[in-house]
Design a protein. Structure first.
Length: 311
């Protein structure tokens, strides 16, 4: 592991890293099988007296949350005091974190929450283009309905980095810290880079249009719709100075097949860290973009360190 503190499953799944970037791995594939154990759905709010039932996270409760006319699945592993929220990468549902959740609960004692974004896992499909504002609204509504309004450590992989940046900007008092795991970050999405991403993925988008009802194609098309303007806006988002952040960047990056873009990905992570106080850059050696799978030890350590530092 290379650490720089600030001083001055199968081939990667749908929308592997940058929402629709596939320069690194080539073809897109379907989401993995849902290997979760049965869970008992419990209505929000989180004050329900029903005991937790073991599920995909080894002790998680399934809470169905309503927001803006659709329902979302939140999986809650109860703890004490702090809350860790794990937000999955593009095309991934909450099962991405199933092996890490019990270890996080044991190491930190915190409540651990995973959730399925709209259209994934047990959550409802929402037609139309993917909008980060809607994703932020879903996350905030879910946490508020669960009674979680402060002391949150937000852990975001890949596309979820966009949600994290907007969420932190709008709700800094809810967050005690963040761990951004090879996440989409504003400095990467420049006027020069966005057209490269769109052009590189146009063949996959065209292929997906031939079978738009397949879940993986639906996710790709919803993200591709309006990608340019959405990421021009994302490029301007600023992370609040009051929220400390650890940025984990993979050694290979999601753009391993394109040296120019891979270096820009690394440079964007370094730039993000240099742009504000309380930020740390960590390089995940020997890791692909799928850092939670390749280096779970590192992800666990950085989350635990962030939680401990804010106590």
């Amino acid at each position: 592991m290379s650490r720089t503190p600030r001083t001055h499953r199968s081939t990667y799944r749908v929308l592997s890293a940058l929402a629709l970037l596939t320069l690194a791995g080539g073809a897109l594939t379907a989401c993995g099988d849902d290997d979760s154990a049965p869970e008992r759905a419990v209505s929000s709010p989180a004050t329900s007296s029903a005991p937790p039932k073991a599920g995909r996270s080894g002790g998680a409760e399934l809470r169905m949350i309503s927001n803006d006319g659709h329902r979302l699945a939140f999986h809650v592993t109860p703890g004490n005091g702090d809350t860790i929220v794990l937000d999955s990468g593009g095309g991934e549902d909450s099962s991405q974190w199933k092996d890490l959740v019990p270890k996080l609960r044991a190491d930190t004692g915190a409540t651990v929450i995973t959730y399925d974004r709209a259209g994934l896992g047990k959550s409802d499909v929402v037609p139309g283009p993917w909008k980060v504002e809607s994703a932020v609204s879903d996350l905030k509504a879910g946490l508020e309905q669960l009674g979680v309004t402060k002391n949150v450590t937000l852990v975001s992989h890949s596309q979820a980095g966009e949600i994290a940046n907007y969420f932190a900007k709008d709700n800094p008092k809810m967050l005690s810290g963040a761990v951004l795991v090879d996440a989409n970050l504003p400095p990467f999405f420049t006027d020069e880079e966005i057209p490269r991403l769109v052009a590189a993925n146009q063949p996959q988008v065209d292929a997906a249009k031939k079978d738009p009802d397949r879940p993986e194609n639906r996710q790709l098309l919803s993200t591709a719709d309006g990608f340019g303007p959405a990421h021009e806006a994302f490029h301007k988002v600023s992370w609040p100075d009051s929220v400390p952040a650890t940025v984990i960047v993979s050694e290979k990056t999601p753009l391993d097949g394109s040296p120019v873009d891979a270096q820009r990905w690394r440079d964007a992570a370094a730039s993000f860290v240099e742009d504000g106080p309380g930020r740390t850059l960590v390089t995940a050696k020997r890791s692909s973009h799928d850092v939670p799978k390749d280096r779970p030890d590192l992800v666990l350590k950085e989350i635990a360190d962030m939680v401990a530092a804010q106590r």
